[in-house]
Ligand binder design. Sequence first.
Ligand code: NDP
Length: 313
Amino acid sequence: MEETKCLIIGSGPAGYTAAIYAARADLKPLMYQGMEPGGQLTTTTEVDNFPGYPEGIDGPTMMEDLKKQAERFGTEIRWGMVTNVDTTERPFKVTTDDGAEILAETIIIATGATAKYLGLESEELFKGGGVSACATCDGFFYKGKDVAVVGGGDTAAEEATYLANMCRKVYLIHRRDELRASKAMQKRVLNTPNIELLWHHEVKEIVGTVEGFNKALNGAILFDNRTGEERKIDIEGFFVAIGHTPNSNLFVDKIQMDDTGYLITKSDSTATSVEGIYAAGDIQDKHFRQAITAAGTGCMAAIEAERFLGEQV
Ligand code: NDP
């Protein structure tokens, strides 16, 4: 059976950074890229907030650069999915979708999280052309413009206040008459004059123009879920903030996770509840969710895996 000192599952900024560090530490890491090679950043356009790119860089190119950097130091990168991990004994027996079985001395889980969307056809059409699930990533493009955020949790509240600093007006669309966000965040939202809360509203459709690859969103049609009454708001950006789903199904009942499925790591560490298994990036982070923080925890995971292996001899 194939053996590796370090198996990395997932290929976003966390996975690639873990690979760069693990490869440079001579762990000869093996990476399985997962369902979406390159991760969430491959679905964004311009990345302007990753240090080192003064002119910005588009998401897919940045991920391709990270991949090349990981390969340069000897990471073996494979297409495909890990389908099972036996966490009961070390080395961990890992099965992949092409039927391979691998014995891994350490595992770094960097499977990320997936933003939830409303599921509207028009929302899909304008993804990357007005519809976004990350205000920190894309808010800048809507400086001085009118935008909307949908959701009522901490993410929606945070995104709305972040956008309110740069946009002319922010509509916060929520399906109930009470925010789920923490009291402190609610207060910030309610005290921000250019945020208009649209209680009991849901989105029927996103509207705009599409000419070939050029898409320009110019509004959203909403309805009041008590009366059914419809209205159109004029906006250029639409931010979906209705939660994320951590990609942790593989580890249910195997690794400790919180009640929303995020893997729990020890304080100041990426160590999970299973010795020798580390978690980096959005799979263990519901607060920051940035490429740079994912990369930071990827680095931590590789260093911790290396130290752990060093202690075994
Ligand atoms: P939440 O699950 O807390 O909130 C999701 C929001 O979206 C809810 O208000 C929900 O409405 C709404 N929603 C869900 N599905 C739909 C839908 N189909 N249509 C319309 N609205 C919908 O997700 P968050 O991402 O906000 O937060 C996740 C976790 O991360 C929470 O524990 C939060 O506290 C934490 N967090 C903490 C932060 C911080 O401390 N700084 C920052 C960000 C997140 P409803 O209320 O009606 O269910």
